[in-house]
Design a protein around this ligand. Structure first.
Ligand code: NAP
Length: 444
């Protein structure tokens, strides 16, 4: 292929109607293009053409019976993207928007993110268009059991190890793990994000949020700055928002927003530990909207159908869903004095939004800044293989070490004069590791 445009035309023709996947591929290809073409072995080995093709993409029927006795049918997926550096690894997402394009973009990103963690994990992603909103606990259990009744044949502790993502937390993993164990008659580390009493790692629930803030600490430190006293705007009110706020409170920052698809909440007083823990109740209820926070804490204000990116803040932390921050949002953030944007949601910025954020402020791309979650999942796999549990302190120290090394890799590969292009740094470091493993393993 002579140009990025020609390569992208090929990707679009082979994967029609998959805009999120095209967006994710384009972002990687435009940043690694020069480094890739400086390596004739990679070009001859057609690594780029091979790496954009998932090794396997499975889709399956998930029938289940709701509380009224009616049959419901959803679609389940597992995209096993790349196993060059280890077993497929990546979360499951239950959300009505889930389709093959979204899971391919997530699996593609996951492969590079997992390479950045320094741990031996390949990339994968899966899920279903099932909407847990408003569903009873029994309905969620029946859905998870039906989903696993098909997925079990494609996964295993040395083959493919799923975890949580949007709509899939400890409860759902419990139901799926229970069904897996029942079918295969084995108690193995086939999932990460398990409960702490049955093989889960301490710190895994907090890991994505904590890891993101550790990465942010390093970015600010390079600029002789810190989180102390900073005002932070966050989106979402799920697992990642909770973990990020928990660490930010500890560091003396003031977190003032959360959000849901219904709008955002502004809490001028800032979150304390009690308010932060309330997010877990909201997430677990499956019924709550962000607005419900205001019913519990009436001094906070709710803004319907609006994103939190218009508030005055020093730092913005994206923790909800892909493309939740566009060019206009980045402009508003910059005008209001935002100096650091952490894209903790996967592909939280539109392509233009990410480019502008890199120009206007310090910008951390998802695949680097949110890698703490999968890193601790990797540590959970190690603990399961050893049949040992490490203390919270041990896991947290390893997480800090991994996030430092990801930051170092971004700095090494993303240096542009005095500035660091974290998008380029993360993509080049992740890509080169997977690509050289693929070269070593021949044409497979
Ligand atoms: P989660 O616990 O399900 O929380 C997702 C949150 O985002 C919920 O509060 C949800 O609200 C909100 N949300 C969904 N659609 C939205 C929209 N259109 N606008 C605003 N808010 C919206 O999921 P999570 O695990 O925290 O994941 C959040 C993000 O981080 C995702 O992009 C995920 O891929 C990424 N991530 C997660 C992990 C992990 O370890 N969990 C690791 C790496 C990256 P409703 O519940 O009302 O829909």
């Amino acid at each position: 292929m002579k140009s990025i445009a020609e390569f992208m035309d090929m990707v679009k023709a082979r994967n029609p109607n998959e805009p999120e996947f095209h967006q994710a591929v384009h972002e990687v290809v435009e940043t690694i293009w020069d480094a890739y073409h400086a390596n004739p072995r990679m070009v001859k080995g057609k690594i780029l053409e091979r790496i954009v093709e998932p090794e396997r993409a499975i889709s399956f029927r998930v029938p289940w019976i709701d509380d009224k006795g009616e049959i419901q049918v959803n679609r389940g997926y597992r995209v096993q993207f790349n196993s060059a550096i280890g077993p497929y690894k990546g979360g499951l997402r239950f959300h009505p928007s889930v389709n093959l394009s979204i899971l391919k973009f997530l699996g593609f990103e996951q492969m590079f993110k997992n390479a950045l963690t320094t741990l031996p994990m390949g990339g994968g992603k899966g899920g279903s268009d099932f909407n847990p909103k408003g569903r009873s606990d029994n309905e969620i259990m029946r859905f998870c059991q039906s989903f696993m009744t098909e997925l079990y044949r494609h996964i295993g502790p040395d083959t493919d190890v799923p975890a949580g993502d949007i709509g899939v937390g400890g409860r759902e993993i419990g139901y799926m793990f229970g069904q897996y164990k029942r079918i295969v008659k084995e108690f193995t580390g086939v999932f990460t994000g398990k409960g702490a009493t049955w093989g889960g790692s301490l710190i895994r629930p907090e890991a994505t949020g904590y890891g993101a803030i550790y990465f942010g600490i390093d970015m600010l430190a390079r600029n002789n700055d810190s989180f102390k006293g900073k005002t932070i705007a966050l989106s979402g009110f799920g697992n990642v928002t909770w973990g990020s706020i928990k660490k930010l409170i500890e560091l003396g920052a003031k977190c003032v927003t959360i959000s849901g698809p219904d709008g955002y909440v502004y809490d001028e007083e800032g979150f304390n530990e009690e308010k932060c823990e309330y997010l877990l109740d909201m997430r677990a209820s499956c019924n709550d909207q962000a607005e419900d926070y205001v019913k519990k804490y009436p001094k906070a204000k709710f803004f319907a159908n609006t994103k939190p990116w218009g508030v005055k803040c020093d730092v913005a932390v994206l923790c909800a869903i892909q493309n939740e921050c566009n060019v206009d949002d980045v402009k508003k953030l910059a005008e209001n004095g935002c100096k650091l944007l952490l894209e903790v949601s996967n592909m939280g910025c539109t392509a233009d939004g990410a480019k502008l954020a890199h120009e206007k402020m310090l910008f951390a791309p998802g695949k680097a800044v949110n890698a703490g979650g999968v890193a601790v999942s990797g540590l959970e796999m190690t603990q399961n293989s050893e049949r040992l549990n490490w203390t919270a302190e041990e896991v947290d120290n390893k997480l800090k070490h991994i996030m430092h090394s990801i930051h170092d890799a971004c700095v090494k590969h993303g240096k542009e004069g005095e500035r660091i292009n974290y998008i380029k740094g993360a993509n080049v470091a992740g890509f080169m590791k997977v690509a050289s493993a693929m070269l070593d393993q021949g044409v497979v």
